[in-house]
Ligand binder design. Sequence first.
Ligand SMILES: NC(=O)c1ccc[n+]([C@@H]2O[C@H](COP(=O)([O-])OP(=O)(O)OC[C@H]3O[C@@H](n4cnc5c(N)ncnc54)[C@H](O)[C@@H]3O)[C@@H](O)[C@H]2O)c1
Length: 295
Amino acid sequence: MADLSGKVAIITGAASGIGLAGVEVFVAAGAKVIAGDIQDEKGKALETRFGADTVRYIHCDVTDMEELEALMQSAVDAFGGLDILWNNAGHGGTPTGVEDLDLEGYDHTMNLLLKQVFAGTKFAIPHMKARGKGSVINTSSISAVCAGYAPITYSVAKKGVAHFSKLAAGELAKHQIRVNAILPGFIATSIFGATLGLPREQADQMAEMLSQVGGKMQPIGRVGRGNDIAEMAAFLASDAAGFITGGEFLVDGGMTVGPPHSWNEDASSPVLDALGIDAEQAEQMRLAMTSGAQS
Ligand SMILES: NC(=O)c1ccc[n+]([C@@H]2O[C@H](COP(=O)([O-])OP(=O)(O)OC[C@H]3O[C@@H](n4cnc5c(N)ncnc54)[C@H](O)[C@@H]3O)[C@@H](O)[C@H]2O)c1
Protein backbone atom coordinates (compact mmCIF):
# COMPACT_ATOMS: atom_id res chain seq x y z
CA MET A 1 0.00 0.00 0.00
CA ALA A 2 1.12 3.56 -0.76
CA ASP A 3 2.28 5.75 2.12
CA LEU A 4 0.49 9.11 2.28
CA SER A 5 1.11 9.86 5.93
CA GLY A 6 1.37 13.57 6.66
CA LYS A 7 -0.18 14.51 3.32
CA VAL A 8 -3.33 16.51 2.64
CA ALA A 9 -5.43 15.55 -0.39
CA ILE A 10 -8.45 16.97 -2.16
CA ILE A 11 -10.66 14.55 -4.09
CA THR A 12 -13.54 15.82 -6.21
CA GLY A 13 -16.52 13.60 -6.86
CA ALA A 14 -15.71 11.99 -3.51
CA ALA A 15 -19.21 10.95 -2.46
CA SER A 16 -19.56 8.01 -4.85
CA GLY A 17 -17.78 5.38 -6.91
CA ILE A 18 -14.12 5.96 -7.72
CA GLY A 19 -13.84 9.13 -5.61
CA LEU A 20 -15.38 7.41 -2.58
CA ALA A 21 -12.92 4.55 -2.95
CA GLY A 22 -10.25 7.26 -3.15
CA VAL A 23 -11.28 8.64 0.24
CA GLU A 24 -11.13 5.15 1.77
CA VAL A 25 -7.75 4.26 0.26
CA PHE A 26 -6.14 7.66 0.94
CA VAL A 27 -7.27 7.63 4.59
CA ALA A 28 -5.98 4.07 5.01
CA ALA A 29 -2.66 5.30 3.56
CA GLY A 30 -2.47 8.03 6.21
CA ALA A 31 -3.71 11.14 4.38
CA LYS A 32 -6.12 13.79 5.53
CA VAL A 33 -8.78 14.30 2.89
CA ILE A 34 -11.00 17.13 1.72
CA ALA A 35 -13.93 15.45 -0.01
CA GLY A 36 -15.65 17.68 -2.57
CA ASP A 37 -18.98 16.81 -4.15
CA ILE A 38 -22.55 17.98 -4.67
CA GLN A 39 -24.18 15.00 -2.93
CA ASP A 40 -24.21 16.62 0.50
CA GLU A 41 -25.83 13.84 2.50
CA LYS A 42 -23.33 11.24 1.34
CA GLY A 43 -20.47 13.72 1.72
CA LYS A 44 -21.41 14.61 5.30
CA ALA A 45 -21.65 10.90 6.10
CA LEU A 46 -17.93 10.66 5.30
CA GLU A 47 -17.12 13.08 8.13
CA THR A 48 -19.17 10.98 10.53
CA ARG A 49 -17.50 7.78 9.31
CA PHE A 50 -13.88 8.92 9.44
CA GLY A 51 -14.04 11.87 11.86
CA ALA A 52 -13.78 15.53 10.85
CA ASP A 53 -10.11 15.61 11.90
CA THR A 54 -9.40 13.14 9.05
CA VAL A 55 -12.02 13.85 6.37
CA ARG A 56 -13.75 17.16 5.79
CA TYR A 57 -16.67 17.35 3.36
CA ILE A 58 -17.02 20.55 1.33
CA HIS A 59 -19.95 21.14 -0.98
CA CYS A 60 -18.35 22.00 -4.30
CA ASP A 61 -19.88 22.09 -7.74
CA VAL A 62 -16.71 21.86 -9.81
CA THR A 63 -18.32 23.82 -12.64
CA ASP A 64 -18.59 26.80 -10.27
CA MET A 65 -15.19 28.51 -10.30
CA GLU A 66 -15.68 30.28 -6.97
CA GLU A 67 -16.61 27.04 -5.23
CA LEU A 68 -13.69 25.25 -6.87
CA GLU A 69 -11.19 27.88 -5.75
CA ALA A 70 -12.67 27.84 -2.24
CA LEU A 71 -12.27 24.03 -2.19
CA MET A 72 -8.49 24.44 -2.62
CA GLN A 73 -8.36 27.01 0.18
CA SER A 74 -10.37 24.70 2.47
CA ALA A 75 -7.43 22.24 2.57
CA VAL A 76 -5.24 24.99 3.97
CA ASP A 77 -7.88 26.13 6.44
CA ALA A 78 -8.77 22.63 7.67
CA PHE A 79 -5.43 20.80 7.52
CA GLY A 80 -2.72 23.43 6.99
CA GLY A 81 -1.84 22.91 3.32
CA LEU A 82 -2.36 20.98 0.11
CA ASP A 83 -0.18 18.17 -1.28
CA ILE A 84 -2.47 16.19 -3.58
CA LEU A 85 -5.32 17.17 -5.88
CA TRP A 86 -7.37 14.46 -7.58
CA ASN A 87 -9.67 16.01 -10.19
CA ASN A 88 -12.18 13.19 -10.46
CA ALA A 89 -15.79 14.43 -10.43
CA GLY A 90 -17.70 13.44 -13.52
CA HIS A 91 -20.80 12.38 -15.38
CA GLY A 92 -21.35 10.72 -18.75
CA GLY A 93 -22.12 14.08 -20.32
CA THR A 94 -24.39 14.81 -23.23
CA PRO A 95 -25.14 11.68 -25.26
CA THR A 96 -25.70 13.62 -28.47
CA GLY A 97 -23.53 13.15 -31.54
CA VAL A 98 -22.14 15.87 -33.79
CA GLU A 99 -25.11 16.26 -36.09
CA ASP A 100 -27.63 16.63 -33.26
CA LEU A 101 -25.22 18.22 -30.82
CA ASP A 102 -26.92 19.74 -27.78
CA LEU A 103 -24.80 22.87 -27.42
CA GLU A 104 -25.75 23.54 -23.82
CA GLY A 105 -25.00 19.91 -22.98
CA TYR A 106 -21.65 20.32 -24.73
CA ASP A 107 -20.74 23.32 -22.55
CA HIS A 108 -21.78 21.52 -19.38
CA THR A 109 -19.84 18.36 -20.30
CA MET A 110 -16.69 20.32 -21.10
CA ASN A 111 -16.99 22.46 -17.97
CA LEU A 112 -17.49 19.45 -15.74
CA LEU A 113 -14.91 17.13 -17.27
CA LEU A 114 -12.24 19.41 -18.73
CA LYS A 115 -12.49 22.93 -17.33
CA GLN A 116 -12.57 21.44 -13.81
CA VAL A 117 -9.17 19.91 -14.48
CA PHE A 118 -7.64 23.12 -15.86
CA ALA A 119 -9.11 25.37 -13.19
CA GLY A 120 -8.68 22.99 -10.26
CA THR A 121 -5.00 22.64 -11.11
CA LYS A 122 -4.62 26.41 -11.54
CA PHE A 123 -6.17 27.05 -8.12
CA ALA A 124 -4.04 24.36 -6.48
CA ILE A 125 -0.69 25.61 -7.78
CA PRO A 126 -0.07 28.40 -5.23
CA HIS A 127 -0.82 26.01 -2.35
CA MET A 128 1.47 23.31 -3.76
CA LYS A 129 4.24 25.82 -4.42
CA ALA A 130 3.97 26.84 -0.77
CA ARG A 131 4.64 23.16 0.15
CA GLY A 132 7.58 22.93 -2.31
CA LYS A 133 5.97 20.10 -4.29
CA GLY A 134 2.67 18.46 -5.15
CA SER A 135 0.84 15.78 -7.09
CA VAL A 136 -2.13 16.36 -9.38
CA ILE A 137 -4.04 13.33 -10.60
CA ASN A 138 -6.73 13.59 -13.24
CA THR A 139 -9.35 10.98 -14.02
CA SER A 140 -9.43 10.49 -17.77
CA SER A 141 -10.87 7.33 -19.39
CA ILE A 142 -10.10 4.57 -21.88
CA SER A 143 -12.39 6.55 -24.16
CA ALA A 144 -9.42 8.93 -24.53
CA VAL A 145 -7.55 6.23 -26.44
CA CYS A 146 -10.28 4.03 -27.94
CA ALA A 147 -13.37 5.03 -29.86
CA GLY A 148 -16.73 3.50 -29.11
CA TYR A 149 -16.76 3.38 -25.32
CA ALA A 150 -18.55 6.68 -24.68
CA PRO A 151 -20.27 9.55 -26.51
CA ILE A 152 -18.10 11.89 -28.54
CA THR A 153 -18.23 14.89 -26.19
CA TYR A 154 -17.23 12.81 -23.17
CA SER A 155 -14.47 11.06 -25.12
CA VAL A 156 -13.02 14.31 -26.47
CA ALA A 157 -13.08 15.85 -22.98
CA LYS A 158 -11.29 12.83 -21.53
CA LYS A 159 -8.69 12.94 -24.33
CA GLY A 160 -8.23 16.59 -23.37
CA VAL A 161 -7.76 15.59 -19.73
CA ALA A 162 -5.01 13.14 -20.67
CA HIS A 163 -3.22 15.61 -22.92
CA PHE A 164 -3.63 18.42 -20.39
CA SER A 165 -1.91 16.20 -17.83
CA LYS A 166 1.13 15.77 -20.07
CA LEU A 167 1.44 19.47 -20.94
CA ALA A 168 0.81 20.71 -17.40
CA ALA A 169 3.40 18.20 -16.15
CA GLY A 170 5.96 19.91 -18.37
CA GLU A 171 5.03 23.39 -17.20
CA LEU A 172 4.87 22.54 -13.50
CA ALA A 173 7.91 20.26 -13.19
CA LYS A 174 10.06 23.27 -12.21
CA HIS A 175 7.89 23.58 -9.08
CA GLN A 176 8.17 19.83 -8.35
CA ILE A 177 4.46 19.52 -9.06
CA ARG A 178 3.77 16.23 -10.82
CA VAL A 179 0.69 15.76 -13.02
CA ASN A 180 -0.59 12.38 -14.18
CA ALA A 181 -3.75 10.96 -15.73
CA ILE A 182 -5.47 7.68 -14.94
CA LEU A 183 -7.51 6.07 -17.72
CA PRO A 184 -10.04 3.73 -16.10
CA GLY A 185 -11.75 0.99 -18.05
CA PHE A 186 -15.19 -0.25 -17.05
CA ILE A 187 -15.69 0.38 -13.34
CA ALA A 188 -19.05 -0.61 -11.86
CA THR A 189 -20.24 2.70 -10.40
CA SER A 190 -23.36 4.85 -10.40
CA ILE A 191 -22.14 6.95 -13.33
CA PHE A 192 -24.02 4.80 -15.83
CA GLY A 193 -27.39 5.19 -14.13
CA ALA A 194 -26.74 8.85 -13.32
CA THR A 195 -25.97 9.51 -16.97
CA LEU A 196 -29.25 7.88 -17.98
CA GLY A 197 -30.94 10.43 -15.69
CA LEU A 198 -31.96 7.94 -13.00
CA PRO A 199 -32.37 9.23 -9.45
CA ARG A 200 -29.16 8.57 -7.47
CA GLU A 201 -30.64 5.76 -5.41
CA GLN A 202 -31.56 3.84 -8.56
CA ALA A 203 -28.22 4.69 -10.15
CA ASP A 204 -26.53 3.17 -7.09
CA GLN A 205 -28.64 0.02 -7.48
CA MET A 206 -27.68 -0.17 -11.14
CA ALA A 207 -24.00 -0.01 -10.13
CA GLU A 208 -24.58 -3.09 -8.00
CA MET A 209 -26.24 -4.89 -10.93
CA LEU A 210 -23.39 -3.94 -13.25
CA SER A 211 -20.90 -5.33 -10.78
CA GLN A 212 -22.57 -8.76 -11.23
CA VAL A 213 -22.04 -8.80 -15.01
CA GLY A 214 -19.01 -6.54 -15.44
CA GLY A 215 -16.48 -9.37 -15.15
CA LYS A 216 -17.26 -10.44 -18.72
CA MET A 217 -16.17 -7.15 -20.22
CA GLN A 218 -12.39 -7.45 -19.96
CA PRO A 219 -9.82 -10.24 -20.27
CA ILE A 220 -8.87 -10.13 -16.58
CA GLY A 221 -12.23 -11.80 -15.92
CA ARG A 222 -13.49 -9.78 -12.98
CA VAL A 223 -15.34 -6.52 -12.63
CA GLY A 224 -13.47 -3.24 -12.16
CA ARG A 225 -13.96 -1.57 -8.77
CA GLY A 226 -13.36 1.95 -7.54
CA ASN A 227 -10.51 0.57 -5.46
CA ASP A 228 -8.61 -0.48 -8.57
CA ILE A 229 -8.41 3.16 -9.60
CA ALA A 230 -7.92 4.54 -6.10
CA GLU A 231 -4.88 2.32 -5.48
CA MET A 232 -3.24 3.71 -8.62
CA ALA A 233 -4.10 7.25 -7.55
CA ALA A 234 -2.62 6.67 -4.09
CA PHE A 235 0.61 5.39 -5.65
CA LEU A 236 0.83 8.39 -8.00
CA ALA A 237 0.16 10.70 -5.04
CA SER A 238 2.91 9.16 -2.94
CA ASP A 239 6.60 10.03 -2.79
CA ALA A 240 7.32 6.56 -4.22
CA ALA A 241 6.11 8.01 -7.55
CA GLY A 242 8.40 11.04 -7.24
CA PHE A 243 9.96 10.47 -10.70
CA ILE A 244 6.62 9.93 -12.46
CA THR A 245 5.00 12.86 -14.22
CA GLY A 246 3.15 13.44 -17.48
CA GLY A 247 2.02 9.82 -17.56
CA GLU A 248 -1.19 8.25 -18.82
CA PHE A 249 -2.00 5.11 -16.87
CA LEU A 250 -4.53 2.61 -18.18
CA VAL A 251 -6.27 0.73 -15.38
CA ASP A 252 -8.72 -1.36 -17.37
CA GLY A 253 -8.30 -5.08 -16.70
CA GLY A 254 -6.98 -5.42 -20.24
CA MET A 255 -10.08 -3.99 -21.92
CA THR A 256 -7.97 -2.12 -24.47
CA VAL A 257 -5.98 -5.23 -25.43
CA GLY A 258 -9.10 -6.73 -26.97
CA PRO A 259 -12.35 -8.44 -26.06
CA PRO A 260 -12.23 -11.49 -23.75
CA HIS A 261 -13.21 -13.96 -26.51
CA SER A 262 -10.02 -13.03 -28.42
CA TRP A 263 -7.95 -14.47 -25.61
CA ASN A 264 -10.10 -17.07 -23.92
CA GLU A 265 -12.00 -19.73 -25.82
CA ASP A 266 -14.38 -20.16 -22.88
CA ALA A 267 -15.57 -16.55 -23.22
CA SER A 268 -18.63 -16.05 -25.39
CA SER A 269 -18.07 -14.42 -28.76
CA PRO A 270 -20.67 -12.10 -30.31
CA VAL A 271 -20.15 -13.73 -33.72
CA LEU A 272 -20.67 -17.29 -32.40
CA ASP A 273 -23.62 -16.07 -30.29
CA ALA A 274 -25.19 -14.57 -33.41
CA LEU A 275 -24.71 -17.90 -35.23
CA GLY A 276 -26.17 -19.85 -32.30
CA ILE A 277 -22.95 -21.84 -31.78
CA ASP A 278 -22.05 -22.63 -28.18
CA ALA A 279 -18.51 -23.02 -26.75
CA GLU A 280 -18.56 -26.85 -27.03
CA GLN A 281 -19.64 -26.82 -30.67
CA ALA A 282 -17.01 -24.16 -31.42
CA GLU A 283 -14.32 -26.36 -29.85
CA GLN A 284 -15.45 -29.36 -31.93
CA MET A 285 -15.30 -27.23 -35.09
CA ARG A 286 -11.81 -26.04 -34.15
CA LEU A 287 -10.63 -29.65 -33.60
CA ALA A 288 -12.18 -30.74 -36.90
CA MET A 289 -10.41 -27.89 -38.69
CA THR A 290 -7.08 -28.74 -37.08
CA SER A 291 -7.30 -32.45 -37.96
CA GLY A 292 -8.43 -31.50 -41.48
CA ALA A 293 -5.41 -29.24 -41.90
CA GLN A 294 -3.04 -31.99 -40.68
CA SER A 295 -4.37 -34.77 -42.95
N1 LIG B 1 -17.08 4.19 -13.96
C1 LIG B 1 -16.38 4.06 -15.07
O1 LIG B 1 -16.46 3.04 -15.79
C2 LIG B 1 -15.44 5.17 -15.50
C3 LIG B 1 -14.58 4.91 -16.58
C4 LIG B 1 -13.71 5.90 -16.99
C5 LIG B 1 -13.69 7.13 -16.34
N2 LIG B 1 -14.55 7.35 -15.30
C6 LIG B 1 -14.48 8.65 -14.65
O2 LIG B 1 -14.30 8.48 -13.27
C7 LIG B 1 -14.77 9.63 -12.58
C8 LIG B 1 -15.63 9.21 -11.41
O3 LIG B 1 -16.80 8.57 -11.90
P1 LIG B 1 -17.50 7.35 -11.16
O4 LIG B 1 -17.52 6.23 -12.12
O5 LIG B 1 -16.93 7.15 -9.82
O6 LIG B 1 -19.01 7.88 -11.09
P2 LIG B 1 -19.98 8.21 -9.85
O7 LIG B 1 -21.23 8.72 -10.44
O8 LIG B 1 -20.06 7.06 -8.94
O9 LIG B 1 -19.21 9.39 -9.11
C9 LIG B 1 -19.09 10.67 -9.68
C10 LIG B 1 -19.21 11.69 -8.57
O10 LIG B 1 -19.04 12.99 -9.16
C11 LIG B 1 -19.98 13.86 -8.55
N3 LIG B 1 -20.29 14.99 -9.40
C12 LIG B 1 -21.00 15.01 -10.55
N4 LIG B 1 -21.10 16.26 -11.01
C13 LIG B 1 -20.43 17.06 -10.13
C14 LIG B 1 -20.19 18.45 -10.05
N5 LIG B 1 -20.67 19.31 -10.98
N6 LIG B 1 -19.45 18.91 -9.02
C15 LIG B 1 -18.96 18.06 -8.08
N7 LIG B 1 -19.19 16.75 -8.09
C16 LIG B 1 -19.91 16.26 -9.10
C17 LIG B 1 -21.22 12.97 -8.32
O11 LIG B 1 -22.08 13.54 -7.34
C18 LIG B 1 -20.59 11.67 -7.89
O12 LIG B 1 -20.45 11.59 -6.49
C19 LIG B 1 -15.50 10.47 -13.63
O13 LIG B 1 -14.66 11.52 -14.05
C20 LIG B 1 -15.73 9.50 -14.76
O14 LIG B 1 -15.84 10.14 -16.00
C21 LIG B 1 -15.41 6.39 -14.87
